[in-house]
Design a protein around this ligand. Sequence first.
Ligand SMILES: N[C@@H](CCC(=O)N[C@@H](CS)C(=O)NCC(=O)O)C(=O)O
Length: 236
Amino acid sequence: MSYILYSYPDCASHVVRMVLEELGTSYRDEVVDMREGVHRSAEFLRLNPRGMVPVLADVATGATLSETGAILNFLAEQSGRLAPPPTDPKARATFLQWLYFLSNTLHADAQVQYYTERYVGDDLAEAARPTIHERMRAHYAMIEAAIAKHGGPWLLGKDLSMCDFYLGGCVRWSLVAPRHAPLEPEAVTRHLHLSALLENLENRASVKRAFDAEDTPRSAYFRAPVRSDRTREMPG
Ligand SMILES: N[C@@H](CCC(=O)N[C@@H](CS)C(=O)NCC(=O)O)C(=O)O
């Protein structure tokens, strides 16, 4: 076993799981039961003082890290896969640019969409939703234009990368997860290149395994969850 993945179903850890499955790397799953508040336990806070999943522990080196974007970069460096090599600085720069955008803008905005009250308070949450929805729509339109420019099929061009899994996770959370205000599917489905990317992603064996491992419906990106036995409390 190479890694330990601290996870909770359909959360940000799902992105890391898809990547680990794609890499074919062995890992042990440690489910952090958020419904039971395990993410706030002293033991888990020692791993991540912010009390969030994902956390990845690299068994061989003892390295332990949180933050989805950092974990993906770490895995790219360790595996030498799913990212252009450092020996190709132009392609690597584009990869890093997207990875940071996904982490500090798309994922961050998806969190504002989900946890709106945390950012603006209960009283202003309703009023803030149209603005955050508009931001998400604009991000998807910008991504569509970028893929259209090089022709796809993936975010960086012809090669699948870490970024595609991260993008897939963010799209899913913005469309499916929010309790109060999911984005309308058309915000994504109207974009042909982005839709094709998501469909390609959804059809990968690694992604199917990741969804199965979390007992999450495979209708991954556009449709609402069909299971009702688990409340989605902690996405994104
Ligand atoms: N910035 C973190 C965000 C991760 C995150 O939001 N995790 C959520 C679950 S999907 C979490 O642990 N939430 C617990 C909480 O907010 O108390 C990352 O990129 O990994």
